[in-house]
Design a protein around this ligand. Structure first.
Ligand code: GDP
Ligand code: MG
Length: 601
């Protein structure tokens, strides 16, 4: 397709406002998916996406669309649509998708209006200089209030309320008109078709059958089938085994021209050779300058991942290598724990990201995984002026602490005005500082807070939802660091530190953390031959204590009495159990106890 007849756009919206459903209707309206093959959220291909009903990976699809002009002539266009995730953890996916587009469909639920991620995504699109097409979705809902919310969107983006399109992803109403509008309003890609080939890798996926599949947006020149390609960052040259477009299954083509979005397969097996953000060029006439790549997203939350079965360690490494390929935000390095053995310290964008990685390791790679309590990144300065970056509480440096800095975020909360007081209370209890408030309308408020990341990543969102009966929405972005009165709490079993349970917490909540963990461990750890103290301590100062009482003599007697075969069975069982025991000093702890203690809320 000639460059002038290409249109590349993303669908952006707050989570659940109907992006994937609208994408379905577009696939249908343009005929790329036949009615009998249609299923809901067609592009959410991963099992986890389908089960949870959320989009995690962006998906690009090419669709034909013809427009009849005023003079009756028909022109056919190729539309590339990118469906994007809405959750705050995955906003970097959205930013990469936007970089491959000239336009964005900004979708807003007509019964809910603008929400926190609507704004966050809108600002990203404006920053990327994209043409924005405002659309109200779900107009079929009885609770829809299109007049009210069209005015809301219009006032935010500065357009006429009449320009806000109205569609239903459920019934398909308004979808053809939206496709027409995209053709009319979104500019054609502007790259140089004659220039040296430059294509941006915006995604890269490992496929068991086809090896590494790389998704690109060609900016200048063209990539042709059977040519050799070069990765500009490394100079590595590969044969192009296949090139094509996704529509919505892979369709091989003779090449991809400037402005086009598609995939390529090179037979590369090593996942690291096809890096998201790299520039692909033609090996015969390579481009001189790479395209400006993406900023690697910075992990915000860290936790240890350990295989339940220690012999799975190499398999875990291999699985992480593969997941990393299309997830630049995931980081990992080997870690050893007294309690849990060999594993990896992993970095994530947030808790949902963590959960999804763990779940993918379990189902796609069949691994049994334990993860330790999540932690943010702290910067610790000691009295000798040495500065330590701490992502693992058990590696908190010893020595006199001068200063501990923790990451903070700028949070935006959208809430009905009735809940302003409730939200303020919640934010205050999480060490938040109010930065201002804007009324979107009489009944809805946008509140701005600075909050410690550690206070917000774990259960803040749930607390916010339950206190506002689900009406408030939240978005946040990193906003530097601040000093805070943070301490490391250690958990000791019979006087020995259990590394997996160390935590860095605010001094005010250190006591309750200590009490909770000691209680929990007391319940989970079986009695020993001797009395075992379970303590929580800050440095050498004990702040909480429980005691696991010793096994009583008569219980032992009962166990080991009786007939000989029962006794042997018991001993054998014990031997089996031994393999799964971890010794913390003199105390034998079944691994399950650690898992349970880490898992419970
Ligand atoms: P996404 O998170 O933005 O991708 O949202 P989804 O497409 O997954 O949709 C979220 C929920 O809204 C699903 O239960 C859809 O069935 C529902 N939904 C989406 N579009 C419409 C619509 O136009 N009308 C109605 N009534 N429901 C819709
Ligand atoms: Mg979706």
């Amino acid at each position: 397709t000639a460059q002038a007849r290409l249109r590349n756009f993303s669908i952006i919206a707050h989570i659940d406002h109907g992006k994937s459903t609208l994408a379905d209707r577009m696939l249908q309206a343009t005929g790329v998916v036949a009615p009998r093959d249609m299923r809901a959220q067609y592009l959410d291909r991963m099992d986890i996406e389908r089960e949870r009903g959320i989009t995690i990976k962006s998906q690009a699809v090419r669709m034909p669309w013809s427009v009849t002009g005023a003079d009756g002539t028909t022109t056919s266009y190729a539309l590339n649509m990118i469906d994007t995730p809405g959750h705050v953890d995955f906003s970097y996916e959205v930013s990469r998708s936007l970089a491959a587009c000239e336009g964005a469909v900004l979708l807003v639920d007509a019964a809910q209006g603008v929400q926190a991620q609507t704004l966050a995504n809108l600002y990203m699109a404006i920053e990327g200089d994209l043409t924005i097409i405002p659309v109200l979705n779900k107009i079929d809902l009885p609770a829809a209030d299109p007049e009210r919310y069209a005015a809301e969107i219009a006032s935010i983006i500065g357009c006429d309320p009449q320009e806000v399109l109205r569609v239903s992803g459920k019934t398909g109403q308004g979808v053809p008109e939206l496709l027409d509008r995209i053709v009319e309003a979104v500019p054609a890609p502007s790259g140089d078709p004659q220039g040296a080939a430059r294509a941006m890798i915006f995604d890269s996926v490992y496929d068991t059958y086809r090896g590494v599949v790389t998704y690109v947006r060609v900016v200048d020149g063209a990539l042709n089938a059977r040519e050799r390609i070069e990765m500009l960052s490394t100079g590595a040259v590969h044969d192009l085994l296949e090139i094509g477009v996704i529509s919505p299954e892979p369709v091989p083509t003779t090449g991809l021209a400037a402005g086009e979005v598609g995939y390529l397969i090179t037979g590369v097996k090593d996942v690291r050779q096809s890096r998201v953000g790299d520039t692909v060029t033609a090996a015969a006439a390579p481009a001189a300058e790479p395209l400006s790549g993406y900023q690697d997203p910075k992990p915000m939350v860290f936790s240890g991942l350990f295989p339940v079965d220690g012999s799975d360690f190499p398999a875990l490494r291999d699985a992480l290598d593969k997941l990393k390929l299309n997830d630049a935000a995931l980081t990992y390095e080997p870690e050893t724990s007294v309690a849990l053995g060999f594993g990896f310290r992993c970095g994530y964008l947030g808790l949902l990201h963590l959960e999804i990685i763990r779940e993918r390791l379990e189902r796609e790679f069949n691994l049994d995984i334990i993860s330790t309590a999540p932690s943010v990144v702290y910067e610790v300065t000691l009295e000798d002026k040495s500065v330590h970056t701490v992502t693992n509480p058990s590696e908190f440096p010893s020595g006199k602490v001068l200063d501990v800095r923790e990451p903070v975020v700028r949070a935006t909360i959208l809430t009905p005005s009735d809940y302003v007081g409730t939200v303020m209370e919640l934010c205050q209890s999480r060490r938040g500082t109010m930065q201002g408030m804007d009324y979107l309308s009489e009944s809805r408020v946008e509140m701005h807070y600075t909050l410690p990341l550690a206070e917000i990543v774990f259960d803040f969102f749930d607390a916010l939802k339950s206190r506002t009966r689900g009406y408030a929405s939240l978005d946040y972005e990193p906003d530097g660091e601040q000093s805070a009165d943070l301490v490391k709490v250690d958990i000791l079993l019979n006087g020995e530190k259990v590394d997996a349970f160390s935590a860095i917490v605010h001094r005010d909540s250190s006591y309750s953390y200590g009490v909770m963990m000691t209680k929990r461990l007391k319940e989970l750890i079986p009695r020993q031959q001797f009395e075992v103290p379970v303590q929580a301590a800050i440095g050498s100062r004990v702040i909480a204590r429980e005691t696991i009482r010793a096994l009583r003599k008569d219980m032992l007697a009962k166990c080991y009495g009786g007939d000989i075969s029962r006794k042997r069975k018991l001993l054998e069982k014990q031997k089996e159990g031994k393999k799964r025991m971890k010794a913390i000093g003199r105390v034998d702890v079944p691994q399950e106890a650690f898992i349970a203690a880490l898992g419970a809320d």
